[in-house]
Design a protein around this ligand. Structure first.
Ligand SMILES: Cc1ncc(COP(=O)(O)O)c(C=O)c1O
Length: 354
């Protein structure tokens, strides 16, 4: 089945808004978009008086190259948050269709579904001695869903989901649903992306982002990698000019070979800092359990998560309480920061609880 057939009928029938920049490129005398002809002060050569290209060709080309996919399989979005929202709005009929999530997981899957009034079916991850796993038999028994949201490495547990499991699930639900695998943290581990499997598995959708390993959270650049028919539908409902010119320029910079070399060094340093932190956490008398995970954060369990977060906050260190998530009572997520930031964390933990 073509995955586009699973989309809402009104989106399939929609004639999208055609912005001035979508109808004609930005060459020549531009009198078609009611722009101010003069750049603002401090324009830095960006021509910020002009609307940006809706999907800037240079960035599209470069991201497709970096992700090893065809440009027709790519939609650049305002962070992967926007990709999640677009998927839910294109594929879920309010009050009728369901999405499946596997908590503990990133909160935006369920929230975007609720905003669209799509029922959220939660099939919690199974906690094993070492790690977390999908509950495949419970997923199989769940009512059919339009979207199956998976994440690898998963936030906040850090576990991977193996490629064979993701692809088998996509195969299994192909008649009624799409499997979305969120790879926001994939660069932090040594596993290959599933981006190049989309061509053979058209109901598979991969989410990528420049917010994490590429150090561009402030620019809001994400990517949906999907069958071209799905990309076409998402592109119909995205805002007319989603990608601000300075963000596009910064993204192109972050994808230059020299920047990628620097990124490799940073990832290696973060891995070292994580190893050092893990050693301290494993020896810490008040830390009951540590999940190292495969991303740039670790998850720990303590007797009183709120107290750890509050005490850290008093020391000027912000941690994320995860104890409200199913299965994560007493759990706190710690991001791996810079050398200095980890030094502060180490000192705080050495004296905690005081
Ligand atoms: C798993 C996961 N997916 C998506 C996002 C959203 O990232 P972006 O900045 O690309 O919107 C996050 C942010 O923390 C995340 O943890």
């Amino acid at each position: 089945m073509n995955p586009a057939d699973l989309a809402r009928a009104e989106i399939r029938a929609l004639k999208p808004y055609a912005s001035a920049r979508a109808l004609a490129d930005s060459a020549g005398v531009l009198l078609n978009a009611n722009e101010n002809p003069w750049p603002p002060v401090n324009d830095a050569g960006l021509s910020l008086n002009r609307y940006p290209d809706p999907q800037p060709p240079a960035l599209k080309r470069r991201l497709a190259e970096v992700y090893g996919i065809d440009e027709s399989q790519l939609l650049i979005t305002r962070g992967s948050d926007e990709g999640i929202d677009l998927l839910v709005r294109v594929f879920c009929r309010a009050g009728l269709d369901r999405v499946l999530i596997c908590p503990p997981c990133f909160g935006m899957y369920g929230l975007s579904a609720k905003i669209q009034n799509a029922e959220v079916v939660a099939v919690p991850l199974l906690e094993t001695d070492e790690d977390w796993q999908l509950d495949l038999s419970a997923i199989e028994q769940a009512p059919p869903c339009r979207l199956y949201f998976l994440c690898s490495p998963n936030n906040p547990t850090g576990n991977l989901i193996d490629a064979a499991t993701v692809l088998a699930l996509a195969d299994q639900v192909a008649g009624h649903g799409l499997v979305m695998i969120d790879e926001a943290y994939i660069e932090f581990c040594d596993r290959p992306s599933l981006a190049d499997r989309v061509a053979a598995q058209p109901n598979l959708v991969v989410l990528r982002t420049l917010s994490k390993a590429y150090a561009l959270a402030g620019c809001r650049i994400g990517a949906v990698i999907a069958d071209p028919s799905v990309i076409d539908l998402l592109g119909r409902i995205i805002a007319p000019y989603p990608l601000p010119t300075p963000s596009v320029a910064a993204a192109l910079g972050a994808l230059e070979p020299a920047a990628l070399d620097r990124q490799r060094d940073q990832l290696a340093r973060l891995a070292e800092l994580k190893t050092t932190l893990l050693a301290q956490l494993h020896e810490h008398p008040a830390i009951r359990k540590v999940w190292p995970g495969r991303a740039n954060f670790v998850l720990v369990r303590v007797d009183d998560a709120a107290r750890l977060v509050a005490d850290a906050s008093s020391a000027g260190i912000r941690l994320r309480d995860q104890s409200a998530q199913p299965g994560l009572a007493g759990c706190v997520r710690l991001t791996i920061g810079s050398d200095n930031e980890m030094q502060s964390l180490t000192e705080f933990l050495r004296n905690w609880p005081s």
